[in-house]
Design a protein around this ligand. Structure first.
Ligand code: E4P
Length: 222
């Protein structure tokens, strides 16, 4: 399973990129709004920061309701950073989003169908030509449903029917989500930097470091 970072924050993206684990970036209108910068400018900045990843998701805005409006926005977004091949257009899981997805797929532009909460939605997105589908597991857990189970069902469905779309496990809240979606067959987990940091930690690692440091003081030097 690959890691994407779920963030529009430049410092967090830089930190995750530096440690070599990053295969992509996902953003959404809420994440961009928190940053207080113009959407297109931030996407361009991110594309420049992480040239070696496979995908940077930029979502059509909530102002785009019809497929025509989504396509018009997508056609502008794909020009950012000189038509960067990594740009991935994120569209909502609805009829207009699927139509946009089909159009972009035919043009060879990568797409990420977001806000997926059922197996049927994932199947439709894959059939419309989505490069990525994003089930939001944390938000399902929030309403007492099993988000990881949804990811595992989608993974099984894609295997049975040989569907090419990659599953991005999204709305990941903690390290246990990461382990469980990896075991469930997600191709990618998109996670906030705070969770990436948590993944590196174990109390025995800290204790081990302290013990090494304490013993090293006693070691003869020269
Ligand atoms: C994914 O692409 C979304 O940006 C994200 O994972 C949503 O997560 P949230 O439920 O924590 O807002």
């Amino acid at each position: 399973m690959k890691f994407f970072i779920d963030s529009a924050n430049v410092e967090d993206i830089k930190k995750a990129y530096k440690i070599g684990v990053l295969s992509g970036v996902t953003t959404n209108p809420s994440l961009v709004a928190k940053e207080g910068v113009k959407f297109e400018d931030r996407i361009e900045e991110i594309l420049k920061l992480v040239p070696e990843v496979e995908s940077v998701s930029a979502e059509v805005t909530p102002d785009a309701i019809t497929a025509e409006e989504m396509i018009a926005e997508a056609n502008e977004l794909v020009k950012i950073n000189g038509g960067d091949k990594n740009i991935t257009i994120k569209v909502p899981m609805n009829i207009a989003g699927l139509e946009t997805c089909r159009y972009l797929n035919q043009k060879g532009v990568k797409t990420n169908v977001t806000l997926v909460f059922t197996v049927n939605q994932a199947l439709l997105a894959a059939r419309a030509g989505a490069t990525y589908v994003s089930p939001f597991l944390g938000r399902l857990d929030d309403i007492s449903e099993d988000g990881v189970l949804l990811v595992s069902k989608i993974a099984e469905l894609f295997r049975i029917h040989n569907l090419d779309a990659q599953i991005i496990a999204a709305s990941v809240r903690h390290p246990d989500h990461v382990t469980r979606v990896a075991m469930a067959g997600a191709h990618i987990a998109t996670v906030p930097y705070s969770v990436i940091e948590q993944l590196t930690k174990h109390p025995l690692t800290d204790q081990g470091m302290e013990k090494f440091a304490a013993d090293w003081v006693k070691a003869p030097k020269n």
